[in-house]
Design a protein around this ligand. Structure first.
Ligand code: FAD
Length: 259
């Protein structure tokens, strides 16, 4: 079955922080884009050399890269995506680094939203810069009286940005100047998490190793939490295709009780 491809044009760019670039895409193909997709993801399509796909005809052989719907304004058909400028030669990051007004990009999707269940007693978020867009949407949408923590690992102190959040959500920024070396800091915060009263929703996304350790840690805590989202968004030294293979292997190992 062929995928639905939406052809969009860049109408605005801005630096959210030194390593995070917001690209606003617009186009008539967003006319039927769902209004409740924020925190979900789209697949941006590229040819392996980093050349963006512009329409369905040029989508053959394209690679797909997942990006969170940071914001969508239906009235003006504008979609904001925040790209990490990781500098490691991926087609998506390379394109985003130089993308400017008038450039084109094709996307597929969106997929399901990644929102914490607002009925939880309290909340704990863990993520790096790739997860900051999804965590930002989550924090914005939590009930006003929500309690809990967000631990965010970023590559420089200047990447610690202001976040819209309930007063009871405490933020801790962790700086890891070399994201290509797994720091283990986010997992350490999970290990030492100050447990509040009631059942939390625990939301974790970032590098592959964080996902793997976090799943092991949370497995025996199933009955004590209201819900979890644990996902790897990228893997050190692997393209997104490599990440998908590693995730599939991890699933098999987990089913066989080997991890
Ligand atoms: C559901 C979901 C939502 C996501 N949302 C976002 C989002 O909103 N914004 C965003 O920027 N990313 C997001 N990601 C992560 C993004 O899809 C990956 O980072 C992707 O690999 C980037 O593609 P690329 O073409 O730049 O690099 P690839 O070709 O996939 O990889 C090339 C090299 O870059 C390295 N690399 C890839 N990503 C990073 C990174 N974040 N930091 C450091 N090195 C990296 C790899 O280790 C590899 O060595 C999301 C992923 C998922 C699964």
């Amino acid at each position: 079955m062929s995928i639905r491809v939406r052809s969009l044009e860049v109408i605005k760019t801005c630096a959210v922080s030194p390593h995070l670039k917001r690209i606003t895409l617009c186009g008539d193909d967003l006319a039927d884009f769902p209004i409740d997709a924020e925190s979900g993801y789209v697949k941006a399509l590229f040819h392996p050399q980093g050349i963006p796909v512009v329409d369905a005809d040029s989508a053959k052989g394209a690679v797909k890269r997942s990006y969170t719907v940071r914001a969508f304004r239906a009235a003006t058909r504008e979609l904001d995506i925040d790209f990490v400028l990781h500098g490691d030669f991926g087609p998506a990051s390379t394109w985003a680094t130089s993308a400017g007004i008038g450039d084109t990009l094709a996307i597929a999707g969106p997929g399901p939203t990644k929102l914490a269940d607002a009925k939880a007693d309290w909340f704990a978020f863990f993520g790096d810069l790739s997860a900051l867009p999804a965590i930002s949407v989550n924090l914005q949408r939590l009930p006003e009286d929500a309690l809990g923590f967000a631990f965010l690992e970023v590559p420089s102190a200047d990447d610690c940005v202001d976040l819209v959040k309930p007063a009871g959500m405490q933020i801790e920024w962790i700086v890891n100047v070399n994201p290509m070396a797994y720091s283990g800091e986010l997992f350490q915060r999970l290990e030492t998490l100050a447990w509040l009263a009631g059942a939390p929703y625990i939301w974790i996304a970032g590098e592959f190793e964080l996902m793997r350790s976090a799943r092991k840690k949370l497995k025996p805590l199933k009955s004590e939490v209201q819900g979890t989202y644990v996902s790897s968004y990228w893997k050190i030294g692997a393209t997104q295709e490599g990440l998908q293979k590693a995730k599939a292997l991890e699933e098999v190992k987990s089913r066989l009780g080997m991890s």
